[in-house]
Design a protein around this ligand. Structure first.
Ligand SMILES: Cc1ncc(COP(=O)(O)O)c(C=O)c1O
Length: 377
């Protein structure tokens, strides 16, 4: 079976992790954490990085920083992982959904404006499967209405967006550069992994201090075991940061490999009828975190049937996200009643992603593409 993901870990990862074991710095203090935070923030062009235990809690703590009042609204795409909605709900807010763009599968930025009310506090753009959201319209709306941006960049390490807001200086900016607070996951299938892990980035020293405090139980700095606020234990370990820092030292190589895998897939699949493949808009640099495809209904198959046939040929795949408006756990709370998001519905039904891990070889890509062609012919 060709797995959907297999991480590629090297000698430096082993060396750094061994150092933690040798020196006993295995918990949430140690040199690798600060260095990983500083280097990741610098890589994304941000002032502060706060490492946390995963991408889900990165979102949760970022939204916590906004201090939502009950009923405050956050606008986000329906086509995303449930973590995004949980971050809003756990903080007493209400997730308000928009559909997604049929080409990039990211949030449809044209729908955001009509969802803004006097209760809206933030917009949460989520970059999907390696492709950036069209950020300029979101930045404009946030500025105009005084909204925060909680950017979810879990799936797009190193992806770039060409911002044209300043007409004199249109510039490529890395994802993770746009949010009031920007969030990452370093789960094992991400471009940079710490096994489990996440990070919040910001340029605001007050928000950085707040995130840091919330991450560590809101310990008061000058009076140990004294707490004025309710916090969390969302700490990352030095062991995990060691892994991340080792990975970060070869991020350019990792991105180049992902982009070449994406190009190879597209080259081999483009001539097959009935497939919609990932795009790279002129304003985007896609890192092809996961190589997705959407099957045309004319194939007579949905993604579940197609995935089953690929499995029979030794190829693992994963279905696309199910829209948040279809999640029983959310609908049972009375959310999203009678709301319709046809683009997300279609790609959830017809979309899946193919093996995309860094350990995937070109021979395996050929094998996967042959299997796709075989199933469809
Ligand atoms: C867009 C997005 N946000 C958040 C997360 C949550 O990250 P984690 O699995 O580290 O909690 C993921 C996970 O893959 C994700 O894809």
């Amino acid at each position: 079976m060709i797995p959907v993901n297999e991480p590629l870990l090297g000698d430096r990862e082993l060396e750094y992790v061994s150092e933690c074991v040798r020196t006993g710095w295995i918990s949430s203090a140690g040199r690798f954490i600060e260095e990983f935070e500083e280097k990741w923030a610098a890589y994304c062009g941000r002032g502060y990085g706060i490492a946390v235990s995963n991408g889900t809690v990165a979102l949760q703590v970022a939204v916590a920083c906004l201090g939502l009042r009950p009923g405050d609204e956050v606008i986000l795409p329906t086509f995303t992982i449930i973590s995004c909605a949980l971050a809003v709900i756990y903080n007493g807010g209400v997730p308000v959904l928009v559909d997604c763009d049929p080409r990039t599968w990211c949030m449809d930025v044209d729908q955001v404006k009509s969802k803004i009310t006097e209760r809206t506090r933030a917009i949460m753009p989520v970059h999907i499967y390696g492709h950036p959201v069209d950020m300029d319209p979101i930045l404009d709306l946030a500025e105009k209405h005084g909204l925060a941006i909680i950017e979810d960049a879990a799936e797009v390490h190193g992806a770039e967006y060409l911002s044209k807001r300043d007409t004199l200086h249109s510039a490529w900016r890395r994802c993770g550069n746009f949010g009031t607070l920007s969030c990452f996951s370093f789960y094992a299938n991400k471009l940079i992994t710490t096994g489990e892990g996440g990070m919040v980035l910001t340029d605001d020293p007050v928000l950085a201090a707040k995130t840091r405090s919330l991450r560590n139980l809101c310990f008061e700095t000058n009076r140990r075991f004294h707490h004025n606020e309710l916090g969390f234990n969302f700490r990352l370990t030095n062991l995990q940061a060691a892994l991340g820092l080792a990975q970060l030292s070869r991020i350019e190589e990792i991105i180049a490999r992902k982009r070449s895998m994406g190009a190879e897939y597209t080259r081999r699949l483009a001539s097959i009828d009935g497939l919609e493949l990932p795009v790279e808009e002129a304003w985007a640099r896609n890192v092809y975190w996961m190589y997705g495809l959407v099957l045309s209904e004319e194939t007579g198959m949905d993604a579940a049937a197609f995935g089953e046939k690929l499995k029979q040929r030794g190829i693992e795949s994963r279905p696309f996200f199910l829209g948040l408006h279809e999640q029983p756990a959310l609908c049972q709370r009375g959310l999203f009643l009678h709301e319709r998001y046809p683009v997300a519905d279609r790609i959830a039904r017809q979309g899946l992603y193919l093996p995309s891990g860094l350990a995937l070889t070109t021979e395996q890509i050929v094998e996967v593409c042959d299997a796709v062609r075989g199933v469809l012919s």
